[in-house]
Design a protein around this ligand. Structure first.
Ligand SMILES: O=C(O)C1=C[C@@H](OP(=O)(O)O)[C@@H](O)[C@H](O)C1
Ligand SMILES: C=C(OP(=O)(O)O)C(=O)O
Length: 429
């Protein structure tokens, strides 16, 4: 198992950084272009392991996807010419691949099977299998079809009206994709606003989607048309450096071309509410997604409460926000975040264990945690638990620890940010 020992550098963060392409938009752009008939070019594609699983799934179905660094050329003959893979599809560690592809595979006239790694095989799939079954989907799997591996006896689905029971963009997107392949109009009513990349990006591929408040409607029988997409930088990756530059004294860091979709920018709102010094300049729109530059200067943070509607917006950023909270004066409370228990690992347990080892004052709750700051962190040996976001949080923590930090099982960072350590070393001055 790979590990890295990080020694206290006492260096500040400065200079400029371009974070890799957004993971959610990368997945969606390869799915939509693979379903389109013709050629699409995707640039600044995230080549992390998760998005490559989505690429491989479509390669397994006969789509020609040529990769040159972070540029993908997707050549597809369209929905009606996808071929049935002769072997199971590997979703790896990627929840987004598993959920979104479930919506696609259920609605294609193919028989497919799919599996995941140890972590993904424990994550709930009933959240997509159940509503897809209401559309006539035939999906079978372990544990009453709630866990991978799954087998999809794909067929033409019927439309449905779904009132979602979880705040999940993956579930919403799976049902919209299934709805696009079904007969009639499918409506998805969200429990709360989640990232809206599917609704924003499908129209770029010529698919009509109607959004009215929390209701999203899609007419069946639509086939995406090819489109060229430039993926904005991933705010969830930028989050590690937003927090790092805020908590490492004397830092001033610029992060360029970050996606600033309002359903994703909660990390900036939360950090600003804690007193972080962050300038935001939106300079372009890619499709309808705002993109801009951030300048972050170190500052004294204060504890806050993070709850309710903000939580889905910061769901992947909670581990790194928890580290920020250890450096904030007073109490930070994170609640309504039980979804964290269903990620690559139980992120409530993993955050509490990791920060406790490093010397923080943190208490687990069923739906989040309470952190009392400000604490000086010591150091120690921590495990990523095979979770990229926990591994990166540990690496950022090492910047403010008194002694060495060893991060065990660090290779999982390649899932969303293969160049993470290179980028970190490039801005430590
Ligand atoms: O739709 C997406 O691209 C994602 C949605 C979120 O998951 P949930 O839908 O399970 O909240 C998030 O945690 C994940 O990293 C990416
Ligand atoms: C939860 C995550 O991803 P996924 O659900 O796609 O595995 C994540 O990237 O933090």
């Amino acid at each position: 198992m790979s590990s890295i020992e990080l020694t206290p550098t006492r260096k500040r963060l400065s200079g400029e950084l371009f974070v890799p392409g957004d993971k959610s938009i990368s997945h969606r752009s390869v799915i939509f272009s693979s379903l389109a008939e013709g050629t699409s070019v995707i640039t600044n594609f995230l080549t992390g392991e998760d998005c490559m699983r989505t690429v491989e799934a479509f390669r397994d179905m006969g789509v020609n996807i040529i990769q040159e660094n972070d540029r993908l050329t997707v050549q597809s003959r369209g929905i009606h010419h996808l071929k049935e893979p002769a072997h199971p599809i590997n979703f790896g560690n990627s929840g987004t691949t598993a959920r979104l592809m479930s919506g696609v595979l259920a609605g294609l006239p193919l028989f497919t099977t799919a599996y995941g790694d140890e972590s993904l095989s424990k994550r709930p799939m009933d959240r997509v299998v159940e509503p897809l079954s209401l559309m006539g989907a035939e999906i079978k799997g372990r544990n009453n079809s709630s866990l991978l591996p799954l087998a999809y006896n794909g067929k033409k689905l019927r439309s449905a009206k779904h009132n979602l029971k979880v705040k999940s963009a993956q579930v919403k997107s799976a049902l919209l994709l299934a709805g696009m392949l079904a007969e009639g109009e499918t409506e998805v009513i969200e429990l709360g606003q989640t990232r809206n990349h599917t609704e924003m990006l499908l129209p770029e591929f010529g698919v009509d989607v109607k959004v009215e408040g929390r209701s999203i409607k899609i007419q069946g029988g639509q086939q995406p048309t090819p489109s060229d997409i430039r993926v904005p930088g991933d705010i969830s990756s930028a989050a590690f450096f937003i927090v790092a530059a805020s908590i490492v004294p004397q830092s001033e860091l610029t992060i360029r071309n970050v996606g600033l979709n309002p359903t994703r920018d909660g990390i900036i709102k939360a950090m600003k509410q804690m007193g972080a010094d962050i300038d935001v300049q939106v300079h372009t729109y890619i499709g309808s997604e705002p993109v801009g530059d951030l300048v972050i200067r170190s500052s004294q943070l204060e504890g806050i409460t993070l709850e309710g509607d903000l939580v889905p917006n910061i769901i992947d950023e909670v581990p790194i926000l928890a580290l920020a909270a250890t450096q904030a004066k007073g109490k930070t409370v994170i609640k309504d975040a039980e979804e964290l228990r269903y990620k690559e690992t139980d992120r409530i347990a993993a955050v509490v264990e990791t920060l406790s080892i490093l010397g923080a004052d943190v208490e687990a709750k069923e739906d989040g945690f309470i952190i009392n700051g400000q604490t000086s962190l010591k150091g120690g040996c921590i495990d990523s638990f095979g979770d990229h976001r926990i591994g990166m949080m540990g690496a950022v923590a090492s910047l403010i620890c008194d002694y060495n930090v060893t991060v065990e099982n660090k290779d999982c960072i390649n899932i969303s940010y293969p160049s993470f350590f290179e980028h970190l070393n490039g801005i430590l001055n």
